[in-house]
Design a protein around this ligand. Structure first.
Ligand code: SF4
Ligand code: SF4
Length: 191
């Protein structure tokens, strides 16, 4: 008899807990949405938002100061010979910049690498969504990108959506034209 009572008690408990769960679910169904349908819609970033770097390879003298400032050692630089800024052109001359890479599986987006740069050629950008299929793909080879006339990588989703979403096209055109996302003029002074 006791087991029959327990059997019905279990059924009652199941129904009761499902009802509690459904009550919470229904309550959330009628609450205001807090997410957006990205990339069709997007939230605006704070002016000082720090995204994937933008790098001007033609101004980099491969001095390693950014790599030394990086707290997680995720910047890799190699050159064939010393480089320095040519005063006439304002561009780096001398040896070749063989490698300038950042491993985004380690990067903290702290911006400490941008502070000591003597030629102001490394900047924090505004793109954040660099999804990849492997760890190797999150190491961005900026010196190679420069050969394709890019300062920052163009994510695959941006390539795919640029013809149908206005803001994605604007951002795509900006990256293609090598216009920097963040410049001193963009950032309001701290009061
Ligand atoms: S943002 Fe910070 S962690 Fe990332 S590369 Fe620069 S210094 Fe290193
Ligand atoms: S500090 Fe600037 S110039 Fe020096 S290696 Fe880094 S990005 Fe290049």
């Amino acid at each position: 008899m006791a087991s029959v009572k327990g059997y019905f008690q279990n059924i009652f408990e199941n129904i009761r807990t499902i009802a509690i769960g459904m009550k919470i679910t229904i309550k959330y169904c009628f609450q205001k949405t807090v997410t957006v349908h990205y990339p069709e819609h997007r939230l605006s970033f704070a002016p000082r938002y720090r995204g994937i770097h933008e790098f001007e390879a033609d101004k980099c003298i491969a001095c390693d100061l950014c790599a030394k400032a990086c707290p997680v050692d995720c910047i890799y630089i190699d050159k064939s010979a010393p480089r320095k800024i040519d005063k006439k052109t304002g561009k780096a001359a001398g040896g070749e910049l063989l490698r300038f890479a950042i491993d985004y599986s380690k990067c903290l987006f702290c911006a400490l690498c941008t502070e000591p740069c003597p030629t102001l050629c490394i900047h924090m950008g505004k793109l954040h969504d660099l999804s990849s299929y492997s760890r190797k793909e999150v190491v961005v080879e900026f010196a190679e990108l420069a050969k394709q006339e890019l300062n920052t990588p163009i994510p695959l989703w941006m390539e795919k959506n640029r013809d149908r979403i206005g803001w994605v096209k604007d951002e795509y055109d900006r990256v293609k034209s090598r216009t920097l996302a963040t410049t001193a003029a963009d950032i309001a002074p701290v009061k």
